[in-house]
Each structure stands twice: as structure tokens, then as C-alpha cells.
Design a protein around this ligand. Structure first.
Ligand code: PLP
Length: 410
């Protein structure tokens, strides 16, 4: 079997040659962006110094935020170790922007599973936004693109405070949303409503393209440091980028009104966050190549994949549908076998905080839950789809995929 798998892989690499060349150019472009931001902001060895206590005057922390602002093209940024993950940052951001009776509108269908309880629509929770009187509505995508007519219609007839756009697929069957699509919908939204706050859940999409959502008109964007921009180096944290006014609101919610960004001790995390950013374009390139490879190989073996190897994507996630619980579990176990850490343990489906279905998760990673490292997770529900992502390098991604296919056919 191993020879067969290796044969399909080399066939895939031949087919993907031009794509990989394009991805390398993209990596170079984004690396230049990072380097320019380091240079423009005079990144210095002294910025690796740390503060404790209140964290006043943490120059490195402030410089990280200036660098993030440069890279995203935003006025301001909040890049903090106090955010545990993106869900935490999304929760704080929603709570900062929405007040009782305000209306939140998702225009990319159902938001990511961990937001079920945060919003309180799919999962009742006494701390949810809805429990505070925030109203919620969602509009589904059509043919993997925004339903622009429906969105315009809804905006004409309702006073929406915040629009949420999720770029990556989450645990759904849809495709990721490119910057072009986001640019187009934002232009249409602005024809109707100039005030509405457009917020992008940017998870899994950083450095997959050249532009950021802010550069095409989004007001605020949120992402995780245990995904793309953490590059497997940052041990936790999340970022929020956007206008000065909105970032101030988010910081006042994270800390307290009156203090905002002034406080927040970095506790030694500055060097980690900066080093992660430096590596991120390369690491994301490895994850994207792994994704294209997996898409080709799994499709060749007869499974439904999304997106296909020759389709555009702007996230690092590949959905592989097994239509069979046993095959799904075998594949995920194989990814675990091909991981760096805990390769000898067997993942089993179990309840996860924040998720309604049981989840099986291969995450043999240096950082708990890190999904820029090679990882596969799946809610245990039909049609038994695994979501594969990461691979700190293309070679580690390829090795884990090989292991998973071997396990599947053992
Ligand atoms: C992973 C993910 C989240 C949650 O991020 P965590 O860092 O795991 O909390 C939110 N939205 C999307 C689209 C994601 O992929």
C-alpha cells in the first residue's frame, strides 16, 4: 500500500507544480510585508523585554500592535496574550460592539460552532449575547457566495449594528470566502449602509492571500495565535485589528473602561509573538501545500473533498467526507500517528467544551489545540466529514497524510 500512496503523492505533486509555484510567490510577498513592518517600526532587541503587574509602558507589546496594524492595513490592533484563543477574542469583540437591542447579522450562514453559546441562538446560554437582549439574524450563502440581493434587502428593512463574515469553512460543507468576494459584498453593503460595523472572523485565512479584509473595507477582523499567525511558535493568544475607535472599545471590554490598551503585561511573550509572525508566511505556505496535496490524494482515493485540488481556496482547511464513522476514525487516528507528539495514542470521540456534537480530534501538537500544526478534527455526525489542517512544514504535512492513508487501508 505504501508504494501506491507514494505514487499518488508524486502524481499529485506533478499536477500541483504551478499551484505550488504560485504559493511560493505568495509566501515571498507576505514575507516582504512582515519584514517591511519590522523595519518601518524599528523592531529592536530591546522590544523583547517584558513587563509584569499592570504592564504599563510595555514597548514591545505596543510595537507588536503597530506591526500588526501595518500588515493588516488597519489603524490599530490588539494582540494580547490575555486572549486565550479566537473564540475568546470574538466573544470580547461582540460584547464590546453590541448593546441590548442591537442587531447582529451573519451573512455567511451559521457561524463557527464555538460561537453557538456565545451568540445564544443555536445553543441557549445565560451569558450569551442574546441573554443580554442582542438580536440575531443570519443569511445563508448561495453557491458559496454572498446572497447580495437578500443582504441588501435585509439592510434596507432592519437596523443592523454589526455584520459578521466568516471567511473559513468551519464545520460546514461550504467553501472559504476569498478577499475578492468579501470586497464585492462590502461595496454593496456600503451603498445601503455606511455605519454598520463589518466584522470578519479571519481564522485560518491569514497570509493565504495578499490582501487583508481590512484593506477591502472591513472595520474589524479577529484571529487566533494558535492558528496561522502563531506559526506553531506562539503558545496562545489572539489578535483583533481595526479602526482606533473599535479597537479601543474591544480593549475596554478586555480590561476595563478607562484603561483600554495601556495595560496588559506581556510576561515574556513578545519575542514569541514576533518570531511567530516572522515564520508565519512560510508556515502558512506549508499548510496550504499540505491542503492541496490532501485534497488531490483523498479525492483520487474516491472520497469527496472540499475544496478540490484545482479549486481556489483562502483557508488551510480541507474537508474530507467518509460517509462512514469507522473510516473517519481511522483517518483521524492515522493523522495522530503521523504527528510529532503523542503519536502512540489513539484519539477517541468525546464531548468538547463549546461544541454540541462529540468531537474526535487528532492533535499531536506542541501547543494544546493548535491547528496550524498538523491536525484533523471531526464532529461525530453524518456525513462523517473530517477537517484536516496545518502542517508546520509541507514535509511534515505530507508525512502525516501518508500515515493517515496507510491507517485507512490497514
Ligand atoms: C478555529 C476557529 C474559531 C475558534 O478559534 P479558537 O482559537 O479555536 O477559539 C473561530 N472561527 C473559525 C472560522 C475557526 O476556524
Amino acid at each position: 500500500m505504501k508504494d501506491e500512496v507514494l505514487k499518488i503523492i508524486s502524481e499529485a505533486e506533478e499536477k500541483l507544480k504551478d499551484r505550488f509555484k504560485m504559493l511560493d510567490q505568495n509566501e515571498l510577498y507576505n514575507s516582504q510585508k512582515v519584514l517591511n513592518a519590522f523595519h518601518n517600526n524599528h523592531l529592536s532587541y530591546n522590544d523583547f523585554n517584558s513587563t509584569n503587574g499592570y504592564g504599563y509602558g510595555d514597548l514591545g507589546r505596543d510595537k507588536i500592535e503597530a506591526i500588526y496594524s501595518d500588515i493588516f492595513g488597519s489603524e490599530d490592533a490588539l494582540v494580547r496574550r490575555e486572549f486565550v484563543s479566537a473564540t475568546h477574542a470574538l466573544n470580547i469583540t461582540f460584547s464590546a460592539l453590541l448593546r441590548p437591542n442591537d442587531l447582529l447579522l451573519s451573512i455567511s450562514g451559521k457561524p463557527y460552532d464555538t460561537l453557538d453559546g456565545v451568540i445564544g441562538y443555536y445553543s441557549k446560554n445565560e451569558s450569551s449575547l442574546m441573554s443580554f437582549g442582542v438580536k440575531y439574524h443570519e443569511i445563508d450563502l448561495i453557491d458559496n457566495d454572498f446572497d447580495i440581493e437578500e443582504i441588501k434587502n435585509y439592510l434596507k428593512n432592519n437596523k443592523v449594528k454589526v455584520i459578521e463574515i466568516q471567511r473559513s469553512v468551519g464545520y460546514s460543507a461550504r467553501k472559504s470566502l476569498s478577499i475578492n468576494k468579501i470586497s464585492r459584498v462590502i461595496k454593496e453593503i456600503r451603498k445601503i449602509n455606511k455605519e454598520v460595523i463589518i466584522m470578519v472572523d479571519n481564522c485560518y485565512c491569514e497570509f493565504s492571500e495578499r490582501k487583508s479584509p481590512i484593506e477591502v473595507g472591513a472595520d474589524i477582523a479577529v484571529g487566533s495565535l494558535i492558528k496561522n499567525l502563531g506559526a506553531g511558535i506562539a503558545s496562545h493568544g489572539a489578535y483583533v485589528v481595526g479602526s482606533k475607535k473599535l479597537i479601543n472599545l474591544v480593549a475596554e471590554r478586555l480590561y476595563f473602561p478607562g484603561e483600554a490598551k495601556e495595560m496588559g503585561p506581556s510576561l515574556g511573550s513578545n519575542i514569541e509573538i514576533l518570531k511567530a509572525l516572522y515564520f508565519a508566511p512560510t508556515v502558512v505556505n506549508g499548510a496550504l501545500k499540505t491542503a492541496y496535496l490532501a485534497s488531490y490524494v483523498m479525492n483520487k482515493l474516491g472520497f469527496k473533498v472540499s475544496p478540490k485540488y484545482d479549486e481556489e481556496r483562502c483557508d488551510i482547511v480541507t474537508a474530507i467526507t467518509f460517509n462512514d464513522k469507522d473510516k473517519l476514525i481511522k483517518f483521524v487516528s492515522g493523522i495522530q500517528k503521523g504527528s510529532a507528539v503523542d503519536s502512540f495514542s489513539t484519539p477517541i470521540p468525546s464531548p468538547m467544551p463549546g461544541y454540541d456534537n462529540e468531537i474526535i480530534m487528532a492533535s499531536g501538537s506542541f501547543t494544546m489545540g493548535s491547528s496550524i500544526e498538523i491536525s484533523a478534527d471531526a464532529p461525530i455526525r453524518e456525513p462523517y466529514t473530517a477537517y484536516l489542517q496545518g502542517g508546520i512544514s509541507y514535509n511534515y504535512g505530507k508525512l502525516a497524510l501518508t500515515e493517515a492513508v496507510m491507517e485507512l487501508y490497514k
